[in-house]
Design a protein around this ligand. Structure first.
Ligand code: IPT
Length: 954
């Protein structure tokens, strides 16, 4: 052991992984060995530099009474000491590896503890740190134990010889920046601290050290083979399988296999002379065969998400309940796979993946993205001096997580360029564990990997890869394909999910993908709602790029998650009602349909008039059946009719109750009849207003002012929307981003020229031209108003003039209603938001909401909340019918105010509710990091005509 003084800080900038820690091993909870959690309140002192005050703070007897307190696990910057920094790939310090700035926030942590009275006198003990960012040095009772890097990886130190019954002093000095920071350039907040558990573990004599559970499944014979290799010999028992064998010995018995869909775990015990360790064994075999990734003999389709660990108050210090909530939410939304982007998660998360059933790509704590801007010069993964650190990281991941059946793929890391260090990692991993496949996206040659992986490839490119028409190395062309990231879920979106899924299901080489990403990393903030990059005064930051998840920071599902759930649903329900049957297809890879119950219902004008159970056979994966619907129901009253068939959970599960909906389909029967109004009343000029049926108009401008008792303000054509993050795109995109084009074109500052107000016999016609300053292009817009005396009909005709080389954000009308308007009812798509390429989850029916609830609270405000296919809507005393159906939205602020807001708290309700009735909406796409909307989702400026019928609600 080498001795250092506390002022020696060379280790901070040392490329080596550290010194003094024990070799990595499996992470497990003992049945009988004692442990002492050291989480809780610690004394804390923050220093501005790594050579923090050398006042002997690690020595017993030091008085830390004047120090602050922080909670461990936690990040000090989220507990009032310093601030978080968000950058995507920019290093927030000069790139000069392995040097780091002198300004290096350093947190001294101190904890005094007694041993419990029943702590055994014999045996050893270790202290385990499950995660510390980014570099820590540890002392117990004044003895220097060593130091380590590798923030999201465990490190253990032997301490048995140092423990005393009372007054043990554990001191941990944590540096925000270290050589390790160069390997941890993930797109996330930089959050120093002891952010995972600290535990003292008793190690009895002859206790378990490390062990490796090998549990494979032979899909031909149905047999499982178990062998547990253990550093300390013992016995393995699995009562349910009648297994009782020594460690190191193989045993083959008939088993039920483990899959993410059928997560069968067998409880077992590893018993050595000194300890019993519970095992949860899942039998499954992962292979690369015939160019496909197969589990238990079958190719799997990943319907995955990238999961960062996030909590809006606690950062990456996640408690078990939050982890469980993530998994339950994923399972409830049909997600079947997780990539642990971009570091191994808290180990308890993987226990839950085993138990609830999720395929896992376990990714190493490695990203060196910030070297990209210098052409990857000095990239640590291509510099042999760093290879020990890379191998240490690989080993700490694999050893810790090797006993999880859910982990089917090891990933070397993310966005680290290419280099020998990665190859060394892959070789080491294969040598240690040949039972899983290896992933790394960054090397297009696939030299070190078992699958071709890409991020954000366009639909067109993915299709060519599916057709095996892509190029690449010979090796790459033999490999299955996954999108380790796609469908960037930043703000409103992602669009195009259904189009990707169709491709995945059409080409066997395409084995699915992982949406980027699971959760918005917004930080709860008193004034801003949720804070993002720049909100803490960072000199360099990447704004709200850190909020790009399928759930909001508080884990409320965003519409993107509802859409994803529908797109990846495990049962396809479709068909043609004409023959009275519905076609049910089981889209699971492994499970039959016995876990699901089916229900039919029949709607007339969106209202359910009858419902019942639908018996569906327990189809095997891939099988379809045409299931007879009940005899044609009477009483359609000439309305629009349809069947709705739902698949729900047949029984309670660990993640959702019985009845939870998993899939649905709708089969139209009688189509909608377009509403009509006989133009029997004519406009009547008056002094103050023109009257037409129930409506009044301003005689000078032709503007609608009221319908019956309902005051209407500012009704006119509207073509702008508050650009979404996906509209705005990112600066590095080669393709144009529409958000910028729209502004450049002036669509946010359209002027309305009045050309004429014409009173005809049966219509009031207002002719206008809508165009921005400086452009020749404009929209000749005619509003034609008619009435039958009770109802009022508006027909809008739009004719583009001039050179329209940009699509329109939206095309429709907007108007204001009194702020008292609150409840909204509609017949159309719902319950949630939908846009042209995010509308799969919009179910046709009758829905009710409020103006406030119609808003989707994106962390950075932007266009949101449209409801699709609306036949009619009621709001503020008005009923509006569409011909054809329309997109409906309403909010307590204008689209301009929405556009100007940077945080939720910038939006304050005004006196008016602004309603948009849109004939067209532009698609969403995912250009905030990927491709824009597919061409057929663009809203081109073309001649259009559409009508709305207004009446007062009774
Ligand atoms: C990709 C990263 O892997 C991921 O961490 C995240 O930054 C994501 O983009 C965007 O949110 S890298 C990108 C340059 C394609």
């Amino acid at each position: 052991m080498s001795f250092r003084t506390t002022t020696a800080i060379d280790y901070v900038e040392d490329v080596s992984p550290g010194s003094g820690a024990l070799p990595p091993r499996a992470w497990y909870a003992s049945s009988d060995a004692k442990s002492l959690p050291l989480n809780g309140s610690w004394h804390f002192r923050l220093s501005p530099t790594a050579d923090a005050e050398d006042d002997g703070f690690a020595e017993p007897g030091y008085d830390a009474g004047s120090w602050a307190e922080v909670t461990v696990p936690g990040h000090w910057v989220l507990q009032g000491h310093g601030s978080p920094i968000y950058t995507n790939r920019l290093f927030p310090f000069p790139v000069d590896p392995p040097r780091v700035p002198t300004e290096n926030p350093t947190g001294d942590h101190l904890r005094v503890f007694d041993l419990p009275s029943d702590w055994p006198a014999e045996g050893e003990a270790v202290i385990r740190f499950d995660g510390v960012e980014s570099c820590a040095r540890v002392w117990l009772n004044g003895t220097d134990l060593g130091e380590f890097k590798g923030s999201r990886l465990p490190h253990e130190f032997a301490v048995g010889h140092l423990l005393k019954p009372r007054g043990n002093v554990l001191a941990v000095r944590v540096h925000q920046w270290s050589a390790g920071s160069y390997l941890e350039d993930q797109d996330q907040w930089w959050l120093p601290g002891i952010f995972r558990d600290v535990t003292l573990l008793h190690r009895p004599s002859h206790s378990v050290l490390d062990f490796f559970v090998h549990a494979s499944y032979d899909h031909v014979t149905g047999a499982g083979t178990l062998r547990v290799d253990s550093d300390v010999a013992g016995r393995i028992t699995v009562p349910a399988l009648g297994i009782d064998v020594p460690t190191g010995e193989s045993v083959t018995v008939p088993v039920e296999p483990w899959t993410a869909e059928t997560p069968k775990l067998y409880d077992g015990v590893l018993a050595t002379a000194g300890e019993r360790v519970p095992l949860r064994i899942g039998f499954r075999t992962v292979v690369l065969e015939d160019g496909l990734l197969k589990v238990n003999g079958k190719p799997v389709l990943f319907k995955g998400v990238n999961r960062h660990e996030w909590h809006p108050e606690k950062g990456r210090a996640l408690d078990l309940e939050t982890m469980r909530e993530d998994i339950a939410l994923m399972k409830r939304h049909n997600v079947n796979a997780v990539r642990t982007s971009h570091y191994p998660p808290h180990p308890a998360f993987l226990d839950l993946c085993d138990e609830y059933g999720l395929w896992v790509i376990d990714e190493c704590d490695l990203e060196t993205h910030g070297f990209e801007d210098q052409n990857w010069r000095d990239n640590p993964v291509d510099d042999d001096r760093w290879t020990p650190a890379l191998l240490d990281r690989a080993a700490r991941m694999v050893e810790r997580d090797k006993n999880h059946p859910s982990v089917v793929i090891w990933s070397l890391g993310n966005e680290a360029g290419t280099g020998r260090g990665l190859t060394a990692m892959a070789e080491w991993i294969r040598g240690r564990d040949s039972s899983r496949l290896v992933h790394y996206e960054g090397d297009g040659t696939c030299r070190d990997t078992d699958m071709y992986s890409r991020m954000y490839a366009s639909h067109g490119e993915v299709e060519r890869i599916g057709q095996r028409l892509d190029g690449g190395t010979h090796k790459r062309r033999q490999l299955p394909f996954i999108l380790c990231e796609y469908a960037h879920a930043m703000g409103n979106g992602p669009g195009g999910l259904a189009d990707y899924q169709r491709l995945f299901e059409s080409y066997e080489r395409l084995q699915g993908g992982f949406v980027w990403e699971w959760i918005d990393h917004g930080i709860a903030h008193a004034e801003l709602g949720y804070a993002y990059g720049g909100d803490f005064g960072e000199e360099l930051h990447d704004g709200n790029f850190v909020c790009d998840g399928l759930v909001f920071p508080d884990r409320r599902p965003s519409p993107g998650l509802a859409e994803f759930k529908k797109v990846i649903e495990p049962v396809r329900i479709e068909g043609d009602s004409a023959d009275g049957t519905v076609r049910i297809t089981n889209r699971h890879d492994f499970a039959d349909l016995s876990a699901l119950a089916f229900e039919w219902s029949y709607q007339v004008d969106g209202e359910t008039v009858e419902a019942g159970a639908l018996p569906v056979p327990a189809l095997a994966p891939g099988e379809s059946a045409d299931v007879k619907l009940p005899e044609q129901l009477a009483g359609t009253r000439g309305g629009e009719t349809q069947w709705t068939v739902r698949a729900v959970l047949a029984a309670d599960t660990a993640w959702a109750p019985k009845g939870h909906p998993m899939a649905w389909g709708q089969l139209p029967v009688a189509p909608r009849r377009a509403p009509s109004v006989a133009a029997s009343a004519g406009p009547v000029p008056g002094e103050r207003h023109i009257a037409l049926g129930p409506a009044a108009f301003d005689p000078r401008t032709g503007a609608l002012t009221s319908i019956g008792g309902v005051t209407v303000e500012g009704l006119r054509l509207d073509v702008f929307r508050a650009p979404t993050d996906n509209d705005n795109g990112m600066s590095w995109q080669d393709d144009v981003c529409f958000g910028a084009l729209w502004r450049e074109f002036g669509l946010h500052r359209m002027r309305h020229r009045l050309d004429s107000v014409e009173l005809g016999d049966d219509a009031l016609t207002v002719r206008t031209r809508v165009a921005p300053a400086s452009r020749e292009a404009g929209l000749a817009t005619v509003y034609r108003w008619t009435s039958d005396g009770t109802r009022l009909k508006l027909t809008v005709s739009v004719t583009p003039e001039g050179d329209w080389n940009v699509p329109l954000p939206r095309l429709g009308i907007r108007f204001g209603l009194a702020g008292s308007a609150d409840r909204v009812r509609w017949f159309g798509g719902g319950p949630g938001e939908a846009y042209p390429d995010t509308r799969t989850a919009a179910m046709l029916g009758r829905w009710e909401s409020t103006v406030d609830e119609l808003q989707t609270p994106y962390v950075r405000p932007q266009e949101n909340g449209a409801r699709a296919d609306v036949r009619w809507a009621e709001i503020g005393g008005l009923r509006i019918e569409g011909d054809p159906e329309f997109w409906f939205s309403a909010r307590r602020w204008t689209n301009e105010q929405l556009d100007a807001a940077a945080h939720r708290t910038d939006l304050t309700p005004g006196d008016t509710v602004w309603v948009n009735l849109d004939h067209g909406q532009h698609g969403i796409g995912s250009q905030s990091c990927g491709p824009g909307p597919l061409p057929h989702y663009l809203l081109r400026a073309e001649p259009a005509e559409f009508s709305f019928l207004f009446s007062e609600t009774p």
